[in-house]
Design a binder for this molecule. Structure first.
Ligand SMILES: [Zn+2]
Length: 267
């Protein structure tokens, strides 16, 4: 991982304060050529990406008020809306590495301090028992269910805005992805599905999820919502959808793919 053959001018930096990116406000750039903009010693850093052309580092700094006025803070959800897919991917990876680093300073097996992997792998190794802790990714299924020319969308209790998205949930220990979809759909909406098809996946750094998106057809049952999590769920006509998640999210992509399918089928 730590190859030192890259020219210094190709060393780039992503900097965070807490969970927000430090961006160069006039240009909107999030990759900084030099950490020299920092008016204090450089903190611990990680290498996010290493190619023949560039090496991207990430570090978290504590005192953004010491930055010049040319720099500001941007949340990753804003970056998802306004930035490129590539920049979001890079920043999302970087933030997940920082979070993993912060959350694994001690061994979860014996409690002793950890240190970086001796061979440069992305792992933190216990100084006492040598247990290695790698970044943890949590698989989460999300499914676009159609019934004739309607799509099932749900408004979660946690949404402050009237946005409707797809049923989703974490894969539990021992489950296949298919079983996770069946269970989550049944728990949250009361319906059953058939013809499950894989759509695609997206790394989702809120905080460390891998979203696995599916398409399915409604099979049976009326909607009975799980009120602790869902405020409302309905089958919406594909030409009359409520507010849905923004472009850049796989939820948006799979909903739009379902709309395309229904448009082709129903006109
Ligand atoms: Zn240990």
């Amino acid at each position: 991982m730590f190859v030192n053959t890259v020219e210094p001018e190709q060393a780039l930096w992503l900097l965070f304060h807490e969970n927000k990116l430090i961006i160069h406000t006039p240009s909107g750039a999030l990759l900084h050529r030099s950490p020299g903009l920092l008016p204090f010693p450089l903190p611990d850093f990680h290498v996010v990406e290493q190619t023949a052309h560039r090496r991207v580092h990430v570090a978290r700094i504590a005192a953004p008020e010491l930055l010049t006025e040319d720099y500001g803070l941007q949340g990753l959800r804003d970056l998802l809306l306004t930035g490129t897919t590539e920049n979001f991917r890079l920043a999302a990876t970087a933030l997940q590495i920082l979070e993993w680093d912060r959350n694994h300073r001690f061994c979860s097996h014996c409690g002793a301090p950890t240190q970086p992997h001796p061979k440069g792998e992305r792992a933190k190794v216990c100084t006492a028992c040598h247990y290695a802790q790698y970044p943890r990714i949590q698989p989460c299924v999300i499914v676009a269910i159609t019934r004739d020319d309607h799509i099932l969308l749900a408004r979660a209790q946690r949404y402050a805005i009237p946005m409707y998205s797809l049923l989703a949930g974490f894969v539990e220990v021992g489950e296949t992805l298919e079983e996770a979809v069946d269970r989550e759909v049944a728990e949250e909406s009361g319906v059953t599905v058939r013809d499950l098809r894989y759509f695609g996946s997206q790394s989702w750094p809120f905080p460390g999820n891998l979203m696995l998106a599916f398409r399915a057809e409604w099979d049976a049952g009326d909607i009975v919502i799980q009120e602790e999590e869902i405020m409302d769920a309905q089958f919406f006509h594909y030409r009359n959808l409520p507010m849905i998640p923004p472009p850049g999210s796989i939820a948006h992509d799979v909903i739009m793919a379902a709309v395309q399918e229904l448009t082709a089928r129903y006109g």
